[in-house]
Design a binder for this molecule. Structure first.
Ligand SMILES: *[C@@H]1O[C@H](CO)[C@@H](O)[C@H](O)[C@H]1NC(C)=O
Ligand SMILES: *[C@@H]1O[C@H](CO)[C@@H](O)[C@H](O)[C@H]1NC(C)=O
Ligand SMILES: *[C@@H]1O[C@H](CO)[C@@H](O)[C@H](O)[C@H]1NC(C)=O
Ligand SMILES: *[C@@H]1O[C@H](CO)[C@@H](O)[C@H](O)[C@H]1NC(C)=O
Ligand SMILES: *[C@@H]1O[C@H](CO)[C@@H](O)[C@H](O)[C@H]1NC(C)=O
Ligand SMILES: *[C@@H]1O[C@H](CO)[C@@H](O)[C@H](O)[C@H]1NC(C)=O
Ligand SMILES: *[C@@H]1O[C@H](CO)[C@@H](O)[C@H](O)[C@H]1NC(C)=O
Length: 195
């Protein structure tokens, strides 16, 4: 006990200056440090551009199948969009100050071929379960993309890191995640962390 206390006392000033706390940015509640919340577009901001999926659970289940565990979504919220090839661009934008970034999404793996499922809003288009994402940081393209197609298992993959960046300069950064123009892509954005 005594030794542990002494150790803490001696190392504490160093630990405080070197320790980096992980920050997080929830899709809905944003970053508690800065009180900023992510921005979502569609330029048209149409009804179907982005949904807080926690409020559309029946449509969500209709789209991707049963067995979604809300408790496994960070803060029990996640933003949902389905980008059809010819729609307005869909983006998630947020800022953070740090040297690394991880972005987490939920991946749907519907059993049925999505193109056979009627779109949950009766749009004249099939449900999209593919991911096809591109990213920019401080307006420059990030040399990574993310793709996923259903593995047919019927199991959602939670807490899936779609992008991991490190070694960034310790300044404020602006990050944008986009559904790739010219293809169909869903995005189930859950949260991001930075250090
Ligand atoms: C769901 O909708 C209600 C009513 O609009 C709102 O108060 C609530 O914050 C929403 N829930 C989430 C997780 O966005
Ligand atoms: C979101 O989750 C974090 C980490 O578990 C927690 O500290 C925070 O209070 C949660 N925020 C809300 C609004 O639930
Ligand atoms: C992409 O979406 C369009 C509707 O905008 C649809 O006609 C097309 O079949 C979709 N393509 C794929 C591969 O799902
Ligand atoms: C999708 O529909 C086509 C045409 O009706 C059918 O041949 C195919 O087996 C279906 N695929 C799945 C995975 O249900
Ligand atoms: C993603 O987009 C690229 C470029 O259009 C295309 O070649 C690829 O097949 C797409 N992948 C998925 C999973 O939709
Ligand atoms: C992007 O990544 C590819 C594959 O890892 C690599 O060959 C290429 O040199 C990279 N380009 C830049 C500009 O970093
Ligand atoms: C999510 O993934 C990250 C990185 O792999 C991990 O540190 C974290 O504990 C995971 N969270 C949950 C709730 O599984």
């Amino acid at each position: 006990m005594y030794l542990a206390g002494l150790f803490l006392f001696i190392t504490r000033p160093i630990a405080v200056s070197a320790q980096v706390q992980t920050g997080y940015i929830d899709d809905e509640y944003g970053d508690p440090r800065t009180s900023l919340v992510p921005l979502y577009s569609g330029p048209g901001s149409g009804t179907f551009d982005w949904l807080q999926a926690a409020n559309f659970s029946s449509q969500f289940v209709a789209a991707y199948g049963d067995g979604f565990d809300v408790q496994r979504a960070f803060n029990q919220t996640w933003h949902w969009t389905e980008f059809f090839r010819l729609d307005n661009l869909r983006t998630v934008t947020f800022s953070f100050t740090g040297t690394s970034l991880n972005v987490y999404c939920i991946l749907p793996n519907p059993v049925t071929s999505p193109s056979n499922v009627t779109n949950e809003f009766n749009r004249d288009a099939p449900v999209i379960s593919n991911y096809n994402l591109t990213f920019t940081l401080d307006k420059f393209p990030v040399n990574q993309s993310f793709m996923h197609t259903s593995d047919g298992s019927g199991q959602f993959q939670y807490n899936f890191s779609v992008l991991s960046l490190s070694g960034l300069p310790q300044t404020q950064h602006t990050f944008v995640m986009s559904a790739l123009t010219g293809t169909n892509s869903t995005i189930l954005f859950d949260y991001a962390t930075y250090e």
